[in-house]
Write a protein that binds this ligand. Structure first.
Ligand SMILES: [Fe+2]
Length: 477
């Protein structure tokens, strides 16, 4: 059942009207005089917007020579598959370029780049498309696991690349519209030789914040160079997955496989829209972090979406265990099983809170150290050990008395040190690892492990390394 909200913006109504000639669908978009409840007629909805067929190929962990992790499921990724009809694409783009979406979701991370965060909060179409049972079934079957959308904020996150060299949101939006541009751009020799594995890629090697992702292409790709995804195989080589064409999507277990997104050149625009998922099965571990999205997302929306979804997930886990116990003869308790449950739920709950940096503090830290330092924190850390010899002696004990002395992060550091001593794997925002570095693991490593780059910079500052580093390597303008 889809609730028609009385607050559907007027412009959404009008922009969608001439796309949908079908009277049943109009129900979805017309602001009803007396707001009520209605359903999207499945057959109609599917006929107009969805043009789905399964991917020709899926890649398993085994295919990629990767060892499955305790949190992974067998399919690592898929080749592109058709998902939206051309009409569906137009409607989606119309929904994205509405005033309400642009006003509330748009920001520009750099020239020619635009991000729309959480558009489904302002577009019924986008919300209904991704949450529709048909779509949920398609994505679940494609990746071979029943999925749940991580949180409303992660429905239809949209990345836009334009030819513009401006960071002005309005100027970029003015270049775009519901109709995908189809004008290839002349390639230079350098463009033709572009190798994303050698020069800068749009997003360097990384793990996603969430376990599963579906990336849908809303632009023409004829004449496009690049735009594909590379996955790191178990033997260190790379597997290339072609980027999807207009209306096509591909899926990836991006939280579990290391991957890189190649820059796309040769086109006037490139719009991809991304929805993130976790497994909907009870007992399946959820490896999500919000470290990458925290700095550029409305904190109030993110923090409540995140906390509510984590609590809901825990509630499901607790009810499932309850049911198992009740169903047993004498309601017998297996202490070992209970201990394991408590350990995993405690870790889950702990991460839920640790990922949230208090809002005022977050604003101050980002303003003080800047987005660039935030993004390159791991590189800064590496370069500190190369350029400041005393760092090795200083860091193991640094900050205990001057940087957030009562923070539970100090306890986390002790726990990690214990794990390292016992030779156990550490989980991190960048995948699992064993500490093999010959220098001692310290608070800097702990903060980066948890994806708390903002805190990392403030710790560096408190222990005196930030000013030393900035003297050696001044900030780029
Ligand atoms: Fe990714």
């Amino acid at each position: 059942m889809t609730k028609i909200s009385s607050s559907i913006p007027r412009y959404e109504t009008s922009t969608c009207l001439h796309v949908h000639h079908h009277s049943h669908l109009l129900l979805l978009f017309i602001k009803s005089p007396a707001p009520g409840i209605t359903t999207i007629p499945n057959s109609q909805w599917k006929k107009i917007h969805i043009a789905h067929s399964p991917p020709q190929k899926t890649f398993s962990f085994t295919d990629l020579l990767l060892t499955p992790t305790p949190t992974s499921t067998p399919i690592a990724g898929t080749t592109p598959f058709p998902l939206l009809s051309p009409e569906g694409v137009r409607c989606y783009r119309k929904a994205l370029f509405q005033r309400a979406v642009i006003a509330n979701c748009a920001n520009s991370p750099g020239p020619g780049a635009l991000i729309l965060r959480g558009p489904s909060r302002y577009s019924t179409f986008i919300k209904d498309l991704w949450t529709h049972p048909e779509t949920m079934q398609i994505v679940s079957e494609t990746i071979g696991v029943p999925l749940e959308i991580v949180m409303p904020l992660e429905i239809g996150h949209t990345n836009i690349q334009t030819r513009s060299d401006s960071v002005d949101v309005k100027a970029m939006v003015d270049e775009l519209g519901p109709e995908p541009l189809n004008e290839p751009v002349e390639l230079s020799d350098a463009d033709r030789e572009y190798d994303p594995l050698k020069v800068d890629s749009i997003i360097p090697w990384h793990y996603d914040s969430y376990p599963y992702v579906c990336v849908l292409m809303l632009s023409h790709t004829e004449g496009m160079v690049g735009g594909e995804t590379y996955i790191k195989r178990g033997d260190g080589s790379t597997a290339k997955i072609e980027g999807p064409q207009l209306g096509y999507a591909c899926m990836l277990q991006g939280g579990e496989v290391q991957h890189l997104a190649a820059r796309a050149i040769g086109v006037k625009e490139r719009i991809t829209t991304i929805t993130s998922y976790r497994a909907a099965t009870v007992g399946t571990y959820d490896s999500s972090y919000i470290a990458n999205v925290r700095p550029y997302t409305s904190r109030s929306a993110l923090y409540s979406d995140w906390t509510l979804y984590r609590l809901a997930k825990m509630r499901e886990e607790i009810s499932a265990l309850e049911k198992t116990i009740v169903a047993r003869p004498d309601q017998r308790i297996d202490v070992g099983e209970l201990e394991a449950f408590v350990a995993s739920q405690t870790a889950y709950l702990k991460r839920t809170a640790r990922q949230l940096i208090p809002e005022e503090q977050e604003e101050l830290l980002l303003a003080k150290y800047g987005m660039r330092s935030f993004r390159t924190a791991a590189k800064i850390w590496e370069s500190i050990f190369k350029t400041i010899p005393i760092a090795r002696q200083l860091t193991p004990v640094a900050g205990r008395d001057c940087w957030m002395p009562s923070s539970p992060l100090w306890r986390d550091l002790r726990d990690s040190l214990e794990d390292i001593q016992a030779g156990r794997m550490l989980e991190s925002q960048k995948g699992r690892f064993v500490w093999t570095n010959e220098r001692a693991y310290c608070m800097g490593d702990e903060l980066l492990r948890q994806g708390l780059n903002e805190f990392f910079l403030s710790w560096l500052d408190a222990v005196g390394l930030w000013s030393l580093y900035r003297q050696l390597i001044p900030a780029e303008p």
